[in-house]
Design a protein around this ligand. Structure first.
Ligand code: FMN
Length: 215
């Protein structure tokens, strides 16, 4: 039984950092993971959010180098910091470690081979968590926004950690759900790894065309 002040880990979850266990003042695992700025971690971490945004570029060629466990933890914890409708967290994340499942996810994503990347996360809607008195249609909308925001937070976190990502929206939702054995509806996959080559960000439209100022 956990005592007050103990760090409580979800079942099946093993933190990479031994020292996390001894930090009694930190009440939550999330704080422990996100607040860890030990030297080894700081060297690989870009904490300037705007630099991270400027630098992010999708990657479709990943190195086979595995991702350090502490980076995976930070990416997952970052998702948990995203705002959600009513703070009900209407989404779930499936961290796919199973090699066979990754191969099947390639097929369920219109044969996009880069889906089979070192780190594969499937974000799903879970509108049953959203306990707000609104029509179902609205709750479904909240859940997809929750799942999308969480994936975007993970994507930025991965970039801050020197990794690259590809967001996969072209999925057969039914097939993905079958593969990962869930009744939930998947919203997107986030595939993460070290890029074979770092590339410059893609251009966008002019800000003046994008922003519509109404006075
Ligand atoms: C909603 C959404 C769906 C996407 N689906 C796919 C996809 O299925 N396959 C893929 O290769 N890229 C996909 N992408 C990545 C986009 O192609 C990429 O973000 C876009 O070209 C801009 O490039 P950048 O991310 O390097 O800025 C998707 C991105 C978003 C936001």
């Amino acid at each position: 039984m956990a005592k007050s002040g103990d760090v409580v880990y979800p079942a099946g979850y093993e933190p990479a950092h031994e020292d996390v266990k001894s930090i009694e003042t930190r009440k939550s695992l999330l704080n422990a993971i996100l607040g860890d700025h030990s030297k080894e971690i700081s060297e690989d971490l870009d904490t300037d959010l705007f630099e991270v945004m400027k630098r992010r570029r999708s990657t479709r060629k990943f190195d086979s180098k595995p991702i350090e466990k502490w980076k995976v933890e930070k990416i997952l914890a970052a998702a948990d910091t995203a705002p959600t409708a009513g703070n009900f967290q209407g989404f779930e994340i499936f961290h796919i470690k199973n090699i066979k499942m990754k191969e099947e996810l390639v097929k369920a994503s219109n044969d996009q081979p880069y889906v089979n990347s070192p780190l594969v996360l499937v974000f799903c809607k879970n509108q049953s968590r959203v306990k707000l008195k609104f029509p179902k249609r609205m709750l479904a909308k909240f859940a997809i926004q929750d799942a999308t925001l969480a994936a975007a937070y993970s994507q930025l976190a991965a970039t801050a950690l020197g990794l690259s990502t590809i967001w996969i929206g072209m999925i057969d939702e039914k097939k993905v759900a079958e593969i990962i054995e869930t009744d939930l509806v998947p919203s997107s996959l986030l595939c993460i790894g070290y890029p074979v080559k770092r590339r410059y960000p893609k251009p966008r439209r002019n800000l003046s065309d994008l922003i519509h100022v109404l006075e």
